[in-house]
Design a protein around this ligand. Sequence first.
Ligand code: S3P
Length: 168
Amino acid sequence: MESVILIGMMGSGKSTVGRALADLLGVPFQDTDMMLEHRLGRPIPQLFELYGEEAFRYHETSILKNMDLEGRVLATGGGIVLRPENWVEFARLGRSVFLDVPVELLEARLDQSSRKRPLLQTDNWETKLRDLYASRRPLYEQADVRVEVDEQPIEVIAERIRVALDGH
Ligand code: S3P
């Protein structure tokens, strides 16, 4: 099986939905953020603080490049779409799926966890979130498949992705 690469904004549920989708498809689940934390031995906010965003992006790409073709569900960090070379790796590994969540819902979801997101460490994180959303949306839209995400349970979203992949 080709891998399924979940992309989308922070707070779009790539990791939680990804685990449910991996269960549904009976394949392993992996998460580039977790792999990065494992590789560098620190939580993401510390990695940003210590090494900066560029170094973080370098390692993100390196993890993708070293990934084999074993079929899996791969959750990614929200900014993985920024580097064109990562798209080459997406195509090599399988099919990319954009989890499309309305920005209002992202804002509601991130209300409790914005402090854990290095890119949202500003006085007005809601404005930053909306700016990131606006600038990245055209990139997410380059995914092979787009799935709308609403407030339905995770299992429903996972099933929606499975159906969308089948029809693709
Ligand atoms: C980032 C999103 C984060 C993490 C890092 C950068 C981004 O992952 O990779 O903080 O640039 O949007 P999540 O999308 O899982 O929050």
